[in-house]
Write a protein that binds this ligand. Structure first.
Ligand code: KG4
Ligand code: ZN
Length: 319
């Protein structure tokens, strides 16, 4: 729940069910959405200390994402907007990650336009030039796996719980990033590719395990640190190239992987060296959260953008 750009409540229902399967199972995700949506909205209203009648609009994610989960949210949002006779405001999930930087308490001083945003999540990796809340251009994106996926798939190979990104991050803290190296694909322009890196990771481990079957357990921290370092190098190269090309001085990161401490450190060091303003999101606005949908909905609402009650969710949707 938001009042202008101020967050009144930001309730998240995490789905522990996926841990047992080592990944998100779409059918289980939809069911968990259906189970959670009423209690979570109820809790959000209570924490914000407002009644449904005080709401001005209902923002909801219309895509991209898993269709089943999107359908649950869309149907619920429609019913609520219809019941309260207030506007229904559609939000693009990836716009919302970027716009989380405009939340009142996101930064000690507000982020200024234009800014470059590297959005790194489990489903996307995008370099965005942000001119205003409604004008954003994709400069480049992944042509295969998202960087979050590259973290999670490697973690699975290492036998770490799902989602593996935070585990790799934590183990890397005491590892040697120069222990191993992996093949980086270097695409021209600002696009990314991570599937080659993941394959290179698998082959490198298989080779080492032929010699030492305990290679993973003996060197877990060093393996994590090396792989994390390699992924960050790929991200930083493109971000640096985009900054040089656009000359934009305000730089932000967004999405689940923006919680990564190695990536945050790399940005901070680069910013200090080059005199750039770096905007790292607070942790509660990195992985998927309600506040980011709220802020994106707020700007849509100000522009008078509503969805008709005949609207439907879309798994793939234009940026
Ligand atoms: O934005 P998000 O919550 O969901 C999507 O829209 O995909 O991102 C989830 C991704 C997962 O791949 C997860 O492993 C990754 O963010 N992640 C991290 C960290 N925290 C979350 N990856 C690396 N280091 C972290 N600290
Ligand atoms: Zn997300």
């Amino acid at each position: 729940m938001l009042l202008g750009t101020k967050v009144l409540s930001n309730e998240v229902a995490s789905q522990a069910v996926h841990e047992a399967f080592g990944g998100v199972v779409p059918e289980l995700a939809s069911r968990a959405h259906q189970q959670n949506i009423v209690p979570v909205v109820d809790r959000a209203l209570k924490v914000a200390n407002i009644s449904p009648q005080e709401l001005n609009a209902i923002a909801f994610t219309n895509g991209p994402g898993l269709l089943g989960s999107l359908l649950v949210g869309t149907s619920f949002a429609k019913s609520l907007a219809l019941g309260l006779a207030i506007p229904l405001v559609p939000v693009h999930h990836m716009h919302a990650h970027v716009l989380a930087h405009l939340i009142e308490d996101a930064h000690p001083r507000p982020i200024e336009f234009p800014f470059l945003c590297l959005t790194v999540s489990g489903g996307h990796t995008q370099l965005i030039e942000v001119q205003s809340p409604s004008v954003m251009t994709v400069l480049g994106e992944t042509i295969d796996d998202a960087v979050g996926e590259a973290f999670d798939k490697a973690a699975k190979i290492l036998g770490l719980p799902y989602p593996g990104g935070p585990h790799i991050d934590q183990l890397s803290a005491t590892g040697d990033p120069t222990f191993m190296s992996f093949n980086e694909s270097n695409l021209p322009g600002f696009n990314f590719s991570f599937s080659g890196m993941k394959t290179s990771f698998l082959y490198a481990l298989q080779k080492e395990m032929k010699v030492n079957p305990n290679f993973i357990t003996t060197h877990l921290n060093d393996i994590c640190a090396s792989y994390q370092h390699a992924l960050i190098q790929v991200l930083m190269k493109k971000l640096i190239a985009a900054q040089k090309s656009t000359k934009i001085k305000n730089i932000a990161i967004a999405g689940g992987v923006s919680a990564n401490s190695g990536l945050r450190d790399a940005l901070t060091q680069w910013g200090a060296k080059k005199g750039l303003s770096i905007f790292l999101p607070p942790f509660q606005y990195t992985t998927d959260n309600a506040a980011m949908i709220g802020i994106a909905g707020y700007y849509q609402y100000l522009e008078g953008i509503n969805a008709p009650l005949s609207t439907s969710a879309q798994a793939k949707i234009k940026f």
